[in-house]
Design a protein around this ligand. Structure first.
Ligand code: SAM
Length: 217
């Protein structure tokens, strides 16, 4: 892995990107500051530096993508994270979203089912000194050994809300998950009111790569 350099130019490009994300409707200043603090170009191949500060998703290998910055901001805003909260992310991918959550003050646990992506994210996050705990596994099952969580964020398209994730959410806790089996998914925020009841809110359509079942190397 090459040396990590965050130059004035990168910072300038990042500021511009944050203004673009703000203009698209993200209002939470804590979310915008977290996005501004995380050098997105660290998560992409060095030959694509120019692409890192465009508001677009980008391939990261194994047929997967780093999400569009607006989508990362939107999911983070919907999650309503507070300092010290335990947050579980399903779909580590590049590790970018996990770092944004860490910058929000969360204690982040993240699961990735592609072994090569898991290894790469784990190495990068350690090098960046981010205290994110990355796991290789199947996000459908959550992370029972570390449950319950205050918040769960799913960053791949889920055909339905996996029951394990609901069971691993604290009472009063929130899950943000794009649900749908077709080309687009509805972004849902599900609040666990008590043992039996949940409240569901919907926030428009997004396009994610699918959440897949068993582990793959
Ligand atoms: N959050 C990522 C980031 O910041 O780069 C982007 C996530 S990418 C859109 C979706 C990720 O979910 C991929 O890395 C994919 O391998 C992973 N994934 C798919 N199915 C999964 C599963 N069942 N459990 C855990 N991760 C899964």
């Amino acid at each position: 892995m090459s040396k990590l350099v965050d130059s004035y130019r990168h910072k300038g490009l990042r500021k511009r990107l944050i203004e673009e994300v703000r203009s698209k409707g993200i209002r939470d200043e804590k979310v915008l500051s977290a996005l501004e603090a995380v050098p997105r170009h660290y998560f992409m191949d060095s030959s694509f530096l120019e692409m890192a500060y465009q508001d677009k998703p980008f391939p990261i290998g194994s047929g997967q993508t780093i999400s569009q910055p607006y989508t990362v901001a939107c999911q983070t805003e919907l999650l309503m994270v507070e300092k010290g909260m335990k947050v579980l992310e399903i779909g580590t991918g590049s590790g970018y979203q996990a770092c944004v959550l860490e910058k929000m003050g969360a204690r982040v646990f993240s699961i990735e089912r592609h072994h090569s992506l898991y290894l790469r994210a784990k190495e990068l996050l350690a090098k960046m000194n981010y205290k994110v705990r990355v796991f290789y596994g199947d996000g459908y099952k959550g992370l029972p050994a570390y449950a319950p969580f205050d918040r769960i964020i799913v960053t791949a398209a889920a055909p339905y809300l996996p029951d394990a994730l609901l069971q691993q959410t604290k009472t009063g806790g929130i899950i943000v998950i794009p649900v749908g089996a077709g080309d687009t998914q509805v972004m849902k925020r599900i609040t666990r009111i008590d043992e039996e009841d949940t409240r569901e809110e919907r926030f428009g359509y997004f396009r994610f790569v699918p959440l897949l079942g068993s582990k793959t190397r």
